[in-house]
Design a protein around this ligand. Structure first.
Ligand code: S3P
Length: 747
């Protein structure tokens, strides 16, 4: 946040602000307080505004026109056009006539297309010195008297440079905004105008329209007197500057008309539903909207518009040493949370879930089903209520389903979407977009699904609806619960028996949960089978704590002398306990107590105490049972005496990152002898040192190196840890609770 006491070295010679409204004067004030320019000049046609600006310390010098100062300006000077949108062309004409081509020019108008068109018309082509910009900041207050030095702190500023924009001018404008505390991003002009039409312009017009409608009523004084809460919240922005909003309405006409038409359609349908007493329609709209609003809140934090859509990159700085003591419960199991939403949505009746993991991955699944018309309440402290629509009740989503970082979401969904009557497209973030999908597309194609991947067999997946699927007997080439689940879920939409034979046991949550929903699934040795055409009945699901998250603290206790950690209510399904088996074989003391079965899944408290570790050859049969725990198990191996050898784990190379390489690189940086092989790794235990390691945008790598610091000789900086939120939202809090010294810093 700008602060008087921390002046920076000037980055500009002169900052000339034309138009001292709220934005222009706040920028001038912030730049002046920060010492970003040798001189801050304000230009306004009104003497009273200039006098006030001088008096309030907003500017150093005042001028009534650009003409009065233009001859003095050259390289290193920046002119900011801070006038209403429709006045920008007039000022641009002056700039064209008066300014040398090395003076940087930017603007702050809320619409970028109209500014760029005007510049092209005036200059003949887009001038390289013009950097179109838009600070997403403001308030309903206007004018120089509303100037606030920290108006832009932590707010986003969008720059929409064109191909011809000069990089030096672009940098200067970016540096100015960053200097006043803003978060600067670049975007295509068209995209900017469409996004702003929906998220900023439309809400203003709705607020103006509502207030105007009520104000026109004869009894308006009475109405306003009693219009408290909702009216006040909804209409705050109707007190905004009318000139500014008139200009925006006209300048961004095309994008605004599109979104306005959509809202008017929605209004008309709502009107008809109210008139016709259509309770279901109203419940659907209100519940969907409420949940979408809550979902944005959860994912984007409450700052919504003003915050960047993607947060700043976070690094973990972890001090060496520390304790591993405590009695904790880690968040809910990720695999079960995904499946609870999927099966709950396809069941008839309402499924109530407790212990749901509110991580980005499972929230991506939840949002995908909302996008297909399922009403899902929550999550609220792990509680979710899913109003199931039955196996054939999903609706076509209006856009591609975005599944973020989540392999489980995309692979399981591909199976059940192959059986729908409508087309779908599944997309994800850059990590997911590089992961192999042929493993699900191939068996689905054998079943008669029409499914297209990108070149290289990666997402996006385009799935054609309306196909008749036939059952298959599938011998899986790799031990993957995701592939098994995908084929079984597609099998629900066939007539006949679908079977999957696995080369080694993999997690069986899909089979267990289907049974919990009253659907018969048989398991015979390595074959799981079900017959299509049945139905699912809603149930209650208590999701236990995730053993994959617990594993980080199990290893913490395993590597620090005198440790003692109790992990409560952890899922200990036999297909998931590889981490317990491997650590025990290495020497760790692990006791299970309070063993019970909850909804068909075994659950226990796990107590882990330190004992010296020795290196082992990990039995290949344990690999699928500990598939997600290897990053942190490699940390245990680094602290063991002797060599640990892993083979048969080539699947690790196609997880959120290539986990063999990511871990080997980081361990080598920390001074450990770690030798990757095609299907595993050899690690010789030793002294972990200090250093900076990359998470490779992989949550489990980030958390594993955080645990490593407990036995390191110096500090470990783990880069790019935002992804921890995909599976373990409060990892940092719990790590601190057991005694790990971890602090967050933005990269
Ligand atoms: C998962 C299965 C595993 C695991 C993933 C979750 C699941 O993947 O790595 O984190 O929920 O089915 P594979 O089955 O592809 O090994």
């Amino acid at each position: 946040m700008p602060n008087n006491s921390q002046q920076s070295a000037p980055i500009l010679n002169r900052l000339v602000v034309i138009g001292l409204g709220l934005i222009g004067s706040s920028l001038a004030l912030a730049a002046r307080e920060q010492g970003l320019a040798k001189q801050v000049v304000g230009i306004s046609r009104r003497d009273s505004t200039l006098e006030l600006a001088l008096e309030m310390g907003i500017i150093d010098r005042s001028e009534q026109s650009l003409e009065a100062i233009a001859a003095e300006l050259g390289a290193g000077d920046l002119v900011v056009i801070g006038v209403p949108t429709l006045t920008v062309p007039t000022v641009l004409k002056d700039c064209h006539r008066l300014l040398a081509s090395d003076v940087t020019i930017t603007d702050v108008a809320s619409v970028k297309g109209s500014v760029i068109s005007a510049a092209i018309e005036i200059y003949g082509s887009m001038p390289s010195q013009l950097v179109p910009g838009h600070p997403i900041a403001g308030s309903e207050k206007s004018g120089v008297t509303a100037a606030t030095a920290n108006l832009f702190a932590d707010h986003r500023v969008i720059l929409t440079p064109e191909a011809s924009t000069d990089s030096n001018h672009l940098k200067l404008v970016g540096d100015l905004w960053a200097g006043v505390g803003a978060i600067v991003t670049a975007m295509d002009m068209r995209e900017h105008d469409e996004i702003l039409a929906a998220t900023s312009h439309l809400p203003h017009f709705l607020a103006y329209s509502l207030v105007d409608t009520l104000a026109a009523k004869g009894d308006n004084r009475e109405i306003f007197r009693y219009a408290a809460g909702g009216f006040r919240d909804f209409t705050r922005i109707a007190a905004s500057d009318p000139v500014m909003w008139r200009d925006i309405a006209l300048a961004n006409k095309d994008a605004i008309l599109v979104i306005l038409d959509q809202v008017m359609d929605n209004f008309n349908q709502m009107r008809a539903a109210i008139e016709g007493g259509d309770q279901d329609y109203l419940m659907d709209v209100f519940t969907r909207a409420r949940d979408a609003r809550n979902h944005f809140g959860k994912i984007l934090d409450s700052k919504a518009l003003n915050s960047p859509m993607t947060e700043k990159t976070i690094n973990y700085r972890v001090a060496p040493g520390g304790n591993a003591q405590g009695d904790i419960r880690v968040p809910g199991d990720k695999s079960m949370s995904h499946r609870s939403i999927m099966l709950g949505s396809l069941a008839s009746g309402m499924t109530e879930v407790t212990g749901f993991l509110e991580g980005e991955d499972s929230l991506a699944t939840l949002q995908a089903f909302r996008d297909m018309g399922v009403i899902i309440e929550g999550p609220e402290q792990g509680r979710v209520a899913i109003h199931g629509v039955g196996l054939h009740g999903l609706k076509a989503p209006s856009k591609p389903l975005y599944l973020g970082n989540s392999g489980t979401s995309i692979r399981l969904l591909s199976g059940l979407l192959a059986g729908q009557s409508f087309d779908t497209e599944l997309t994800g973030d850059s990590s997911l977009s590089g992961r192999p999908m042929g493993r699900v597309a191939n068996p689905l194609a054998e079943m008669g699904a029409v499914i297209e991947t990108a070149t290289g067999g990666t997402p996006p997946l385009k799935i054609k609806g309306g196909q008749t699927l036939k059952p298959i007997n599938y011998a899986m080439p790799m031990a993957s619960a995701q592939v098994k689940s995908c084929v079984l879920l597609a099998g629900l939409y066939t007539q006949g028996q679908t079977s999957v034979v696995e080369p080694a046991p993999t997690r069986d949550h899909t089979e267990r949960m289907l049974r919990g929903f009253g659907y018969s699934v048989t398991t015979d040795g390595s074959t799981a089978s079900l017959s299509g055409g049945g139905s699912l009945t809603a149930t209650r699901i208590d999701v236990p704590a995730d053993i994959s998250s617990a594993a980080f603290f199990m290893v913490a206790a395993a590597i620090v002398p005198d440790s003692d950690i109790i992990l409560r209510h952890v899922g200990v399904n036999p297909t998931r306990v590889g981490v317990i088996n491997i650590l025990r074989q290495m020497g760790t003391s692990i006791e299970l107590s309070n063993e019970i079965e909850v909804g068909g899944e075994p659950v226990a408290d796990i107590r882990v105490r330190y004992a010296p570790l020795k290196g082992i050859t990990i039995p290949e049969g344990q690999v699928p049972l500990a598939i997600d725990e290897f990053p942190v198990l490699f940390v245990a191996a680094s602290c063991a005496e002797g060599e640990t050898v892993l083979t048969g784990a080539e699947e690790l190379r196609v997880k959120e990152s290539d986990r063999i390489q990511s871990m080997a690189d980081g361990l080598v940086t920390l001074g450990i002898h770690a030798q990757p092989t095609s299907d595993g790794i050899r690690i010789v235990g030793g002294q972990l040192g200090s250093g900076t390691v990359a998470s490779h945008d992989d949550h489990r790598i980030a958390m594993a190196f955080t645990i490593a610091a407990l036995r390191a000789s110096g500090e470990i900086l783990v880069e790019d840890c935002n992804n921890v939120a995909t599976s373990f939202p409060d990892f940092v809090g719990l790590a601190q609770q057991v005694g790990i010294s971890i602090s967050l810093e933005s990269a």
